[in-house]
Design a binder for this molecule. Structure first.
Ligand code: FES
Ligand code: FE2
Length: 404
């Protein structure tokens, strides 16, 4: 089907930098390595990852179009935190911890809703406005009035690419959302225009393993041949994958076999010809095809339990246009096929559960093609080091030429 048959946005590289194809170096500068297995099961490290990383970095909270009007809200929940994001009358967002200043009850009881004027705590009836300010207290005269000059703890919120993002740094994040995502990913992932897409489906899995095991599965393509039984053409094609580290974040380009002849081009259009994969540290993963996008969000629950959200985005269009319906049906077929792939990943997580605490599981052996995994853990370990976050330098420049 040629591109005229799809009356939706078609992502193309255009003037963006070449990310794969002839002349592009594609393996990060790290030799095959050994990695400690305790990063998945050390409860102390997990607590530091939560307090030093997940509460100081930008996380996805939901979709902007799920809270279009003043008083609409959504709730983010994970790693013992509950955060509410509301749409204000001027179109901006407010966000705050969903924790009542009286005795700690979550005072917003539903995960999402619309047209709220205020939220009333179900325990003793304290009321908060939609920005989290305390506005009413029953039997107020019984309290010290100075102690009632309070509010729900604020959270930073912003929007990009149709997503609502939050950052629990207190008082403020050191980098704005866009500064944190960085120019390379803003432009490359931005080309997909996720703000023009809608959520076709969200699937939630309760996974009995550490969230980083899920991140690892998206930081390599080595497993697809055995676990997902892809074609030999696909295996050959993804040998041309490129990996690029961009500060805390990273980008992988996996050439698709249908367009493999283009991979020898010095003008390779990765948006059209490849599966483009972006990781915004620590846990926002975008898997982009030229007609639809999957977003994978492993949200930590505890050291060995993860809430795993899988989002499927399609482009909006005119449902009375037969060409749009052809696009939509094709994309839904692709997604249906991909759900089988996700279930294969879920099945291997169930297997990994059996040995995650085995005394025989002490380390992992990584190939040079799996070194994006090593890099991710290196970044996490530095930030979650005892005593406070460590500083990690970007190693984007240190890539080397593919050997084979
Ligand atoms: S805990 Fe919220 S009003 Fe008492
Ligand atoms: Fe997989």
């Amino acid at each position: 089907m040629n591109k005229e048959d799809y009356p939706v946005h078609r992502p193309h590289r255009g003037a963006l930098p070449q990310r794969a194809g002839l002349g592009v170096q594609n393996v990060l500068n790290a030799a095959p390595s050994i990695m400690d297995a305790n990063v998945y099961r050390d409860p102390d490290q997990f607590e530091r990852e939560m307090s030093q990383v997940f509460t100081t970095h930008w996380l996805i909270a939901g979709r902007s179009d799920s809270i279009p009007n003043p008083g609409d809200w959504l709730t983010y929940e994970g790693h013992d935190q509950s955060v509410v994001v509301t749409r204000q009358s001027d179109g901006s967002l407010s966000a705050f911890h969903n924790v009542c200043a009286h005795r700690g009850t979550p005072f917003v009881t539903k995960m999402s809703g619309s047209s709220a004027n205020c939220f009333v705590c179900p325990y003793h009836g304290w009321a908060y406005d939609t920005a989290g300010e305390l506005i009413a207290v029953p039997e107020r005269g019984d309290f010290d009035s100075n102690q009632l000059k309070t509010r729900a703890m604020p959270v930073s919120a912003d929007e990009w690419a149709g997503w609502v993002w939050i950052n629990m740094s207190n008082p403020k994040p050191s980098k704005s959302l866009c500064e944190y995502i960085g120019e390379d990913i803003l432009s490359d992932l931005g080309e997909y225009r996720m703000e023009d897409m809608f959520v076709y489906e969200i699937i939630e899995y309760d996974v009995p393993i550490n969230y980083k095991t899920i991140v690892d599965g998206f930081n390599e393509v080595y497993h697809v041949t055995e676990l997902h039984k892809v074609s030999i053409e696909f295996t050959r094609s993804v040998r041309h994958s490129t990996f690029r580290v961009l500060g805390d974040n990273s980008m992988s380009i996996m050439p698709r076999p249908e367009f493999i002849e283009d991979v020898s081009s010095s003008d390779y259009d990765h948006h059209h010809n490849a599966i483009c994969h972006y990781l915004i540290f620590p846990n926002s993963i975008f898997n982009c095809f030229n007609n639809h996008i999957q977003i994978f969000q492993p949200i930590p629950v505890d050291v060995s339990t993860t809430k795993f959200l899988c989002w499927e985005l399609l482009y909006k269009g005119n449902e009375e246009d037969i060409r749009y319906l052809r696009y939509r049906n094709k994309s839904i077929r692709d997604w249906t096929q991909f759900k089988k792939v996700i279930n294969e990943d879920i099945a291997i997580y169930d297997q990994l559960k059996r040995t995650k605490k085995s005394i025989a599981f002490n380390s992992q052996i990584l190939s040079e093609r799996e070194n994006k995994i090593f890099r991710y853990h290196e970044t996490m370990n530095a930030k979650a080091a005892p005593g406070g976050p460590g500083r990690v330098e970007s190693k984007d420049a240190s890539i080397k030429v593919e050997k084979s």
